[in-house]
Design a protein around this ligand. Structure first.
Ligand SMILES: Nc1ncnc2c1ncn2[C@@H]1O[C@H](COP(=O)(O)OP(=O)(O)OP(=O)(O)O)[C@@H](O)[C@H]1O
Ligand SMILES: [Mg+2]
Length: 343
């Protein structure tokens, strides 16, 4: 067997292990469990079905949409509405004052990128409860950043980590354990330990990608997941939906997917990192003739948008193009064997 075939086999084994973990957790006890039988119109059968589909808490139900709940629990939409309303009544979903919002903002944690200037650009790092999107051409370091974050999230808070683990949804088969080892060694971490805390799931098509995110809520608390990576967000969508006729379907599905991710970020106060590709804009004469794909939906749902561009040698230009609270700006980082570092 050649080296690369061996490596692929190893990767495949690791991914299969992770998928097993994801499905196994269904059988284990959930941490975030409420008494669903207490809800209106919620018989024992419905409770079982809801739990099977990951709706184990009032919060998960309160933020779900009736169509999906009706579908998964095989009940009518009116009943689903009643259940959701019941769940909403049981949690505090009212308005908050600006002061409360400020308090909530203080609970936001920041995950280090590995580069001080990149962190500064982001106001301290990638935020929890937010989606951060990096887009750029091939080789611009989107996947390198994904690997780096997967290592950094495990660091103690004093070192810019979130003391948690990571769910890595890999759509392009570009997750490389060897690369994690290099980055972990650079931080003098136990490489096996670091790898054990990264749950890789290979998504084979866009439906599978959606399913993995839907299933994610079953393992987030149990596996102490603090970061979800989707690398790349658009690859499957791009290849499966060709031609304008299917564009509306694609956008609908993409919208659902992004909102699901956003909900996970909000509910569990975790960091979401997605990568995106670019396409050429043929009508641009001046400036950079590329733009992110996925249309307005991704742009509007991502909390932070970063454009990455190759520069000389191992340098990458990092440009913050959209943020709700930070000025646009740019910096330069270096991609080395050790990972993402300052210029
Ligand atoms: N071990 C390493 N040491 C140093 N640099 C590396 C190493 N591995 C990869 N790189 C750098 O990272 C680049 C690949 O970046 P990356 O895979 O993140 O691109 P990407 O933006 O994800 O592209 P794509 O759109 O193809 O997915 C390589 O071209 C190389 O410059
Ligand atoms: Mg990549």
């Amino acid at each position: 067997m050649t080296m690369s075939a061996k490596k692929e086999e190893k990767d495949e084994e690791m991914i299969i292990d992770t998928l097993d973990i994801i499905s196994d957790t269904k059988k284990e006890k959930k941490i975030d469990e409420d008494d669903l039988a207490d809800l209106p119109a919620c018989g024992a059968k419905t409770v079982d079905k809801l739990k099977d589909c990951g709706y184990t808490s009032y919060m998960a139900l309160a933020t779900a949409d009736p169509k999906t709940v009706a579908e998964v629990a095989e009940i009518g939409e009116a009943t689903a509405r009643k259940i959701i309303q019941g769940a909403r009544n049981r949690i505090d979903m009212g308005f908050e004052t600006g002061l409360d919002a400020l308090k909530r903002r203080k609970e936001v944690n920041k995950l280090t990128t590995g580069s001080k200037t990149f962190d500064d650009l982001m106001g301290g790092g990638f935020e929890t409860s937010a989606i951060t999107e990096c887009y750029g051409a091939y080789g611009s370091a989107k996947t390198q950043i994904a690997h780096q974050l997967a290592v950094n999230v495990q660091l103690p808070k004093s070192k810019g980590g979130l003391e948690g683990n990571v769910l890595f949804i890999d759509t392009e088969n570009t997750f490389r354990p060897e690369r994690i080892i290099e980055m972990a060694e650079a931080k003098e971490l136990d490489t096996n330990d670091v790898l054990k805390r990264i749950f890789v799931a290979r998504a084979y098509n866009s439906d599978h990608q959606l399913l993995l995110v839907e299933k994610a809520k079953e393992i987030i608390e149990e596996k102490n997941i603090k970061l979800i990576i989707v690398d790349s967000m658009m690859a499957h969508f791009r290849s499966e939906y060709i031609g304008r006729g299917t564009l509306a379907d694609r956008q609908q599905k993409l919208n659902k997917h992004l909102h699901e991710l956003q909900k996970l970020g909000d509910t569990f106060k975790i960091c979401i990192y997605i990568t995106n590709q670019v396409m050429a804009k043929p009508n641009v004469l001046f400036g950079d003739p590329t733009e992110a794909i996925g249309g307005h939906i991704i742009g509007h749902t991502s909390t932070f948008r970063i454009y990455l561009k190759r520069s000389k040698k191992d340098l990458r230009i990092v440009k913050l193009v959209d943020s709700p609270n930070l000025p646009d700006g740019q910096t330069i980082v270096r991609v080395t064997r050790d990972g993402i570092v300052d210029e």
